[in-house]
Design a protein around this ligand. Structure first.
Ligand SMILES: [Zn+2]
Length: 163
């Protein structure tokens, strides 16, 4: 059973703590719903620290490769997760006061029992394409259309095969 890490986020930042670990995609249920396959792992690094104004921050680095579902043909679509971001830790009052337009980083609510995996999942979901699709030409649905038009891009290859 995978143990979901929880951190005291302010303490984590102030003491410059670091987690470098791997989590199976199967542990990310909200992302899972959008994936074609539950297999695979997400590599992540969570680094606590302070920004130049002395505010507590988390630097998040995410790397992984998953398979989304193409919204045109519903086939598997390789998708590389490559995210680097800095999150500012705020209390509720700080969050309310923050002017998002002036902030260079996104702010999140500091939490004494922060669910690290849920945080990573949030960030991945925010970065996902709304309607992922294969490139035209490598999409099954697009191929179907081309063959009806009599302009199937692989028609010539098909002929070669049968000769
Ligand atoms: Zn497709």
């Amino acid at each position: 059973m995978y143990a979901r890490p929880r951190i005291d986020s302010l303490d984590f930042a102030r003491n410059g703590r670091r987690i470098s670990a791997q989590v199976p995609f199967a542990e990310l249920p909200r992302l899972q719903e959008l994936l074609d396959s539950p297999l695979g792992f997400l590599d992540y690094i969570l680094q606590g620290g302070m920004d130049h104004l002395g505010r507590p921050i988390l630097d998040v680095s995410l790397h992984g490769s998953c398979q989304l579902r193409c919204q045109r043909c519903l086939g598997a679509l390789d998708y590389a997760i490559q995210l680097e971001m800095r999150l500012l830790l705020c209390d509720q009052a700080g969050l309310d006061e923050l002017d998002d337009d002036e902030e260079e980083f996104d702010a999140i609510l500091a939490d004494e029992h922060m669910d690290v995996v849920a945080l990573l999942e949030d960030e991945i979901l925010l970065g996902l394409p709304i309607a992922p699709r294969h490139e035209t030409g490598s999409c099954q649905a697009a191929e179907g259309k081309y063959s009806q038009d009599g302009r199937h891009p692989f028609a010539a290859l098909e002929k070669l095969k049968h000769n």
